[in-house]
Design a protein around this ligand. Structure first.
Ligand code: C2E
Ligand code: MG
Ligand code: MG
Ligand code: MG
Length: 293
């Protein structure tokens, strides 16, 4: 009897394994065609300078989306597969070029000093002459290097290779700004904050969500903001969803914020009324929500 049960369990287990392997294979196959089928798109989320009751959009973060069989897939579902297969190099290139072109269009349309943030994977930084690639894309889109922010994560810095550091220095020399994303979630050594040429620290949204009710989160968020400021970094709070979050950031002198309260990530054209100041933020009830999944 035990043997029968064991057999059945094994069959179930191996069927599951097989299904997982098939899904992975299908994902990799679909992703391999996604670029040429033009199934990727960028959505943009504003990053604001918070100031009493007049918040100003100073930047947008480009966030990758994959339209697969009519549905929008979250980058969390497919970026790891792109990294595994190495396609992140080609897709990352597409993202950079696309974001730079869009930003240039917005700047020419009179939106002024707007910047754009683009997320990087470690594989991209490790390709030969990545900084040269970035310089070429900036030149081709006629964009000032200071308009571009590249977001990297602690895990990327943790590899702490001489190549990574050299590449980041080249980018800094170009005049591109570097932001440390999701700060506080990795196993960061604070030494990284000094060793790498960063200008911006993004406080992960896990420290913001429970504010103002959770006293421990308040202490941690305050400490991270203070750390960033003492190192001379611009501090951006991620995941700002409620007026209580904004009040806290204002009290802590944290000047920059990003989150659903301002706007969800949206396709370029859907963000334009907000960029042009023709409507208020989502949290003010002026921007209809619900575009994302
Ligand atoms: P991230 O860079 O930290 O981007 C912020 C994520 O938080 C986005 O998720 C955004 O939609 C979400 N978010 C923004 N405001 C709020 C809020 O108020 N509440 C909540 N709950 N979430 C908020 P998204 O677009 O799903 O992206 C997830 C991650 O995928 C990004 O995290 C980034 O690490 C990665 N990613 C996105 N696009 C790219 C890309 O082009 N290249 C690479 N390498 N990674 C990317
Ligand atoms: Mg980011
Ligand atoms: Mg982030
Ligand atoms: Mg994050």
């Amino acid at each position: 009897r035990a043997k029968e049960a064991g057999k059945a369990q094994f069959a179930r287990y191996s069927a599951e394994l097989q299904a997982t392997a098939q899904r992975r294979l299908a994902l990799h196959n679909d992703l391999a065609l996604a670029l040429e089928r033009e199934e990727f798109e960028l959505h943009y989320q504003p990053i604001c300078r918070i100031d009493g009751d007049r918040h100003r959009i100073i930047a947008v973060e480009a966030l990758l989306r994959w339209r697969r069989d009519g549905r929008l897939e979250s980058p969390l579902q497919f970026i790891p597969a792109l990294e595994e297969s190495g396609q992140i190099i080609a897709v990352g290139d597409w993202v950079l070029r696309r974001a730079c072109r869009q930003l240039r269009r917005w700047q020419l349309a009179g939106l002024g000093e707007l910047r754009c943030s683009v997320n990087l994977s470690s594989r991209q930084l490790l390709q030969p002459d990545f900084a040269g690639r970035v310089a070429a894309i900036l030149a081709e889109s006629e964009l000032a290097p200071a308009s571009l922010v590249l977001e990297i994560t602690e895990s990327l810095l943790m590899q702490d290779s001489a190549e990574t550091l050299a590449c980041l220095r080249e980018l800094a020399v170009l005049g591109v700004r570097l932001a440390l994303d999701d700060f506080g979630t990795g196993y960061s050594s604070l030494g990284y904050l000094k060793r790498f040429p960063l200008q911006i620290l993004k406080v992960d949204r896990s420290f913001i969500g429970g504010i103002p009710d959770d006293p421990e989160l308040r202490v941690i968020a305050r400490a991270i903001i203070g750390l960033g400021h003492s190192l001379g970094l611009e501090v951006v709070a991620e995941g700002v969803e409620r007026p209580g979050h904004l009040d806290f950031l204002h009290d802590e002198d944290c000047r920059y914020a990003q989150g659903y309260w301002f706007s969800r990530p949206r396709p370029a054209t859907a963000l334009e009324p907000l960029l042009r100041g023709e409507c208020g933020f989502e949290g003010e009830g002026d921007l209809p929500g619900g575009i994302e999944w």
